[in-house]
Design a protein. Structure first.
Length: 430
């Protein structure tokens, strides 16, 4: 069962070290296997992808790319209420991310100088979407919609086939609603490599985003530099800050909503109330009995979960900022008073009726978030993740002549005489 810790300035920080080790314990044996897959796909293209699909997924589809007619036929198999829900979620996600869109700009000075920044979407982006036991249509929306808003010209999606070699209809429906341009039925490290290098059928992309297993994550990491990626994601995590006004039933339910992701997931409650701590622990035991992923939840809470009783809310906030969690819930009497103090978190959920699953699926903010303490310096996936920026400069002859001596002085100080000469030749400076 989950551990209860009384914060003393030491024990809670020892727990952070345990979590860091969890994130670092990736299987190094995976790297040689993934490297071999990447090189094989680079050399042999579609042939290698097909061989790996048969090996890992059991059966290769007759056609790798799904046609428009096939997409429409698959969508017909989906529950109509599900389609309605996906469309509502897409509207919320679109509304939120449209507000992130930046515009190109320029500025002029009195001496005729013009400077500015040009912003435009990437040419082509690849989205990886798991399709086996961890099939998440919500990830399609969260990755594709910001890319579309950013102005990405073409969005390519790869998702592995089911055991019978067919696509997951729910994922395909989400892709159509989100505006994905082309869909390929392939998964694993081989799909990531195909997107990075291109094959006879799969176009080469500029960036790869989306979740996946250890093989997919390792492939993205190894191919970073050949293409851009979103982030290296670790196990999922939630941190809840609760005062005496919180409802233990809600707290327990929310802790388990993350614990069910993975045995390595981390769920932590910070509270200044020993009574809330004890009642939440009791609720965990009660509610767990009725959940389908009880074994995973139990293992996650036993190994990487904790209820930490703090002396006051200030101590809880300090610890939260140190932990820098992926998801941070604030279940307090007046949650808005804390938002300006919580500096390190992927996404913050305020109040008793803003549970983390609301952000996972529906509210609008992105659910692709930094993990393993990287919220100290990383941000959630956004429209900015899919744009590139170029600056531009225009100087008149007079403006350059006015600044020439300063530029030459900088170049000479750095020992770069050719830089200095580039200025000197324009004004016959010796």
């Amino acid at each position: 069962m989950i551990t209860t810790v009384t914060a003393d300035g030491k024990r809670e920080y020892e727990f952070i070290e345990t979590l860091k080790k969890r994130a670092q314990n990736s299987d190094k044996n995976v790297i040689p296997t993934v490297s071999e897959i990447i090189e094989n796909v680079r050399e042999n293209g579609d042939k290698a992808v097909r061989e790996y699909t048969i090996k890992f997924d059991g059966k290769a589809p007759e056609k790798t790319e799904i046609s428009s007619d096939e997409i429409d036929a698959l969508i017909e198999k989906c529950d109509k209420d599900y389609i309605s829900t996906v469309k509502k979620a897409a509207e919320n996600i679109t509304d939120f991310h449209k507000r992130q869109l930046q515009q190109s700009w320029l500025t002029t000075k009195n001496n005729g100088v013009i400077m500015g920044q040009r912003i435009r979407g990437l040419k082509r982006v690849g989205i990886y979407v798991p399709g086996g036991t961890a099939a998440y249509p919500s990830s399609v929306l969260m990755n594709a919609i910001p890319a579309k808003i950013a102005g990405v010209e073409e969005i390519i999606m790869c998702t592995p086939p089911q055991k019978d070699g067919t696509p997951n209809p729910n994922i395909i429906a989400a892709a159509k609603i989100a505006g994905v341009d082309r869909i390929f039925l392939m998964g694993g490290a081989q799909a990531v490599a195909a997107l990075a290098y291109g094959t006879e059928s799969v176009p080469k992309v500029d960036k790869i985003v989306g979740p996946g297993n250890i093989f997919v994550a390792t492939a993205k990491k190894l191919l970073y530099g050949t293409v851009d990626i979103d982030m290296i994601a670790g196990p999922s995590e939630i941190l809840i800050i609760a005062d005496s006004s919180a409802n233990p039933k809600f707290l327990a339910a929310d802790l388990m909503s993350q614990a069910e992701h993975d045995k390595l997931a981390s769920s932590i409650l910070l509270t200044d109330s020993a009574e809330i701590a004890e009642k939440t622990k009791q609720e965990l035991a009660l509610q767990m009995e009725n959940l389908s992923r009880k074994d995973i939840i139990e293992s996650s809470l036993d190994n990487f979960g904790a209820i930490i009783v703090c002396s006051d809310m200030s101590q809880a906030i300090e610890f939260a900022n140190e932990l820098a969690p992926e998801h941070l819930e604030v279940c307090c009497n007046n949650p808005m008073e804390y938002i300006g103090k919580l500096d390190n978190a992927g996404s913050v959920f305020l109040g008793n009726y803003s549970p983390e699953p609301l952000g996972d699926y529906f509210a609008g903010p992105n659910h692709v978030l930094p993990t393993s303490g990287t919220a100290r310096f990383f941000s959630p996936l956004s429209v900015d993740s899919f744009v590139k920026k170029s600056s531009f400069i225009y100087y008149t002859e007079g403006a350059l002549k006015n600044d020439a001596e300063d530029v030459i002085r900088f170049a000479d100080t750095e020992g770069l005489t050719a830089h200095a000469n580039s200025i000197k030749v324009r004004f016959d400076i010796k």
